[in-house]
Design a protein around this ligand. Structure first.
Ligand code: ADP
Ligand code: MG
Length: 348
C-alpha cells in the first residue's frame, strides 16, 4: 500500500513553445505541507494546473490517495479530483457574507453540517464574530483567510495555493505564511504552495521542491536546503552565500583562501581536485578577539544582526554575521572567525 497522498511521476508538460515542466517526480505524505519554490517562469503554476486537472500531460502520471488522476491519455475532471485551490487574486463573492462565502462549496451537505463546518473554520482563521461582514468590510489579510477557509471547507484531499500572499504587504505576508501553516496543520489538509519567495517557503513548508527551468533541483526540508544544498542553484536561491575556489587536501579537508577547512565526513572527491566551497554569512562570524582580520567593505542592518561584507587579505569578499550592537564603520579592520559545521562542496 502506497502511503503518499500526492504522487507525481515523470511528468512532462509543454506549451506550443516547448517543454516547461521537465521530468518532475514528487510525492507528498498525508497531511504534509509542501512547496514549489523557484523564480518566475520556471513552471510552478503550470505544474499546479496539471495537478488541478486544467493542463494536458505530454507524459507521466499524477496520483492522489491512490487514485490515478492524470495520464497523457486521460484526465479526471477538475471538479471530481477532491482538489481545492487558492490564488493570489482573492476572488471572494462580493455580494455574499463571510459565512456564505465559506459555505459556498458545501451546498450538498446537510444544513447542520454546513453550519458546524463554517463555525469551525471561522474559529480556525480567527474571524469568529465577523461572519456577517461582506468582503469589502475586511482587510486584505482577512479576505485571504476567508478565501483559504472557503477552499478548505469541503475538506479537499489536497489544497493547492498559487502565490496566495503575493498581493499583500511584506509584513503581513511573513505572518500569514506561518498562520496558514498552523491552520492547515490543525485541519490536517495535505497542501502544496507555490511561491518565488524563500522566506515564505521556509515559514510554510515541511519540505520544499526548488524548481529551476522546469525541473526540480532538490526536494528537502528547509534546514537541509539551507545547510546541505546539493546543487549550486539551490545554494544561491535559498539564502545568501559565496562560492570560493578550493582544492581537496585530504579525504576530509580542503585548502582554501581561508586556510585548511575540515569536514567531519569524507568529501568524496579525489585528492588535489579543484572544487568550489559554498560559504553562508553564518559560516563566518565577527569576533573582536580573533587574530584573523578582514576589512569591512559593506554592511546591511537587519535588526537583530548586521550582515557585513568583509574583504580577506587575498581579495575574496564574503558575507559575515555580526551581533546588532557591533556597529563598525566601513573601511575598519575587524576580527572574523569561521564557524563551519559542514562543508558544502561542489565540483569546479
Ligand atoms: P511560474 O508559475 O513558475 O512563474 P509558469 O508555469 O506560469 O511559471 O510558466 C512557465 C513557462 O510557461 C513560462 O515561460 C511561461 O511564459 C510559459 N507559459 C505559461 N502559461 C502559458 C500559456 N498559457 N501558453 C504558453 N506559454 C505559457
Ligand atoms: Mg506562477
Amino acid at each position: 500500500m502506497d502511503t503518499t497522498a500526492l504522487m507525481i511521476r515523470n511528468l512532462n508538460l509543454s506549451y506550443q513553445d516547448g517543454l516547461v515542466v521537465d521530468d518532475v517526480t514528487l510525492g507528498l505524505n498525508p497531511q504534509e505541507l509542501g512547496c514549489l519554490l523557484g523564480p518566475s517562469g520556471c513552471g510552478k503554476s503550470t505544474l499546479l494546473r496539471a495537478i488541478a486537472g486544467f493542463q494536458e500531460l505530454d507524459s507521466g502520471e499524477i496520483w492522489l490517495d491512490n487514485q490515478l488522476l492524470s495520464t497523457e491519455r486521460q484526465r479526471v475532471l477538475p471538479e471530481n479530483r477532491g482538489v481545492g485551490m487558492v490564488f493570489q487574486d482573492i476572488a471572494l463573492f462580493p455580494h455574499l457574507t463571510v459565512s456564505d462565502n465559506i459555505a459556498f462549496g458545501l451546498t450538498d451537505w446537510p444544513e447542520i453540517s454546513q453550519y458546524k463546518r463554517v463555525a469551525e473554520l471561522l474559529d480556525l482563521i480567527g474571524l469568529m464574530g465577523l461572519d456577517q461582514r461582506y468582503p469589502h468590510e475586511l482587510s486584505g489579510g482577512q479576505q485571504q483567510r476567508v478565501a483559504l477557509a472557503r477552499a478548505m471547507a469541503p475538506k479537499p484531499k489536497l489544497l493547492l495555493l498559487d502565490e496566495p500572499f503575493s498581493g499583500l504587504d511584506t509584513e503581513l505576508r511573513g505572518r500569514l505564511a506561518s498562520e496558514v501553516r498552523t491552520i492547515l496543520k490543525s485541519d490536517g489538509i495535505c497542501s502544496l504552495l507555490v511561491t518565488h519567495d524563500q522566506r515564505e517557503a521556509f515559514d510554510f513548508a515541511d519540505r520544499i521542491a526548488v524548481m529551476h527551468e522546469g525541473h526540480i533541483c532538490q526536494f528537502d526540508t528547509p534546514f537541509n536546503l539551507y545547510h546541505e544544498p546539493t546543487d549550486p542553484f539551490v545554494a544561491h536561491f535559498v539564502g545568501p552565500g559565496e562560492m570560493i575556489d578550493a582544492k581537496i587536501a585530504s579525504p576530509r579537508s580542503v585548502s582554501s583562501p581561508l586556510g585548511v577547512l575540515t569536514n567531519d565526513e569524507d568529501l568524496e572527491y579525489p585528492i588535489n581536485s579543484d572544487v568550489q566551497i559554498f560559504l553562508r554569512p553564518d559560516d563566518l562570524i565577527h569576533n573582536d578577539d580573533s587574530s584573523y582580520q578582514a576589512m569591512l567593505v559593506g554592511k546591511h542592518f537587519r535588526g537583530a544582526h548586521h550582515l557585513y561584507e568583509v574583504k580577506l587579505d587575498n581579495g575574496v569578499i564574503l558575507g559575515c554575521l555580526a551581533p546588532s550592537h557591533h556597529n563598525h564603520a566601513i573601511g575598519e579592520m575587524i576580527g572574523v572567525s569561521l564557524d563551519i559545521e559542514h562543508l558544502v562542496v561542489f565540483p569546479k
